[in-house]
Design a binder for this molecule. Structure first.
Ligand code: NDP
Length: 326
């Protein structure tokens, strides 16, 4: 038997508990992994507290990220003893995920633990860091360089935003961090932000175009915030949009696209193809400053995950939560 968070639904009521699970009930897959670290993302917090819409069927072990050691493999790519990680691919949504001691999954979803990163650091980075790197890569593919001008990043106190600030600063960009928590000013500066701005910097004014202040942007919020960000981008700039912490709708005009040639690039980490993930993880292992990463991390045991989840949704958690599975 192994420890796992288990989300169940009975009579329409969703409950999440720490349970002992029989390995015989693990889902189909060609590789079995003994997990030692996972993490808590916004999506995990939604799954643990509300179930739907993240969880596609019940019972479900949540956890979109996992890192551990292969203990059985029918996939020639992975051998027992190999250190591996997985993020996305429906883990914790359609397939039992990483907030457990064991997982059985497709070998195609596993990547080798990147050289130079511990399992704890890899999960500290997790889906948030992968997503931030995919955002940075899309800005680069849009032609941006540090010489292009400043980049605006919102949700700075959270996982994706913090990782994006850290990565961009490390690459030499001037970063303006947007946060709803002024008390995080020193923290955001320590991650590399040159400027820390309040959330209302991206409040709508009703104009189709705002003053063109930013060469590019990374948005985790969506809604009016993303619309205002697009309207504030300089000629030929790029915005990478990955989140919906503030809403799913996008109330805006086409003016930034047809009058300033602004590019809006959507980012998805879940189904991101394996070669692009490999590139992103290699860059994460190379570009992340371990001291700054450490300042973003806090550790918690699996038994604390249920209590932390609502605090993530309420925006009370800073940086990234690494779950240690003993
Ligand atoms: P976190 O909870 O770690 O961070 C979200 C941050 O967004 C908060 O800390 C807060 O930052 C800010 N925020 C929250 N609510 C609002 C709001 N109503 N208006 C403005 N800002 C707000 O989440 P993650 O970093 O893990 O994820 C961020 C978003 O990105 C989520 O929507 C998530 O679903 C999405 N995501 C998408 C992925 C993809 O593949 N497309 C992958 C990973 C995440 P502050 O207090 O500093 O303002």
């Amino acid at each position: 038997m192994f420890d796992a968070l288990m989300i169940s639904r009975a009579d329409g009521v969703v409950t999440t508990r720490l349970e002992q699970v029989d390995p015989m009930t693990l889902p189909e897959g060609d590789v079995t992994v003994e997990i030692d670290h996972s993490s808590l993302n916004y999506k995990d917090a939604l799954a643990i507290t509300r179930g739907a819409p993240v969880v596609r069927h019940f019972p479900m072990i949540p956890g979109i990220d996992l890192a551990g050691r292969v203990i059985h493999s029918d996939d020639p790519v992975h051998c027992p003893g190999d250190r591996v990680l997985a993020t996305g691919w429906g883990l914790g949504e359609r397939h039992w995920g990483g907030l457990a001691r064991m997982a059985r999954l497709s070998g195609r979803w596993l990547l080798p633990q990147p050289t130079g990163l511990s399992a704890r650091q890899a999960m500290g980075i997790g889906t948030a860091g992968l997503t931030a790197m995919l955002c940075v890569m899309s800005l680069e593919e849009g032609g941006l360089t540090p010489a292009s001008g400043p980049i605006i990043v919102n949700g700075g106190g959270g996982g994706v935003g913090g990782m994006a600030i850290m990565l961009l600063a490390q690459l030499g960009y001037q970063v303006a961090a947007v946060t709803g928590r002024p008390q995080l000013h020193a923290y955001l500066t320590s991650l590399g932000a040159m400027e820390v701005l309040p959330r209302d910097t991206l409040s709508p004014t009703g104009k189709a175009l705002e003053t063109a202040r930013w060469a590019g942007g990374i948005d985790v919020v969506g809604g009016e915030t993303l619309a205002t960000m697009c309207a504030s981008i300089q000629y030929g700039g790029t915005v990478a949009a990955c989140g919906l912490a503030g809403g799913l709708a996008l109330p805006m005009t086409v003016a930034p696209f047809i009058l300033r040639g602004v590019r809006l690039q959507g980012i998805d980490s879940v189904m991101c193809p394996r070669p692009r993930r490999m590139t992103a993880w290699a860059r994460l292992a190379r570009d992340i400053d371990p001291t700054r990463l450490e300042s973003m991390l806090h550790d918690a045991p699996l038994s604390d995950a249920i209590a932390i989840a609502p605090r993530i949704l309420a925006g009370h958690i800073r940086g990234r939560t690494v779950i240690t599975i003993n």
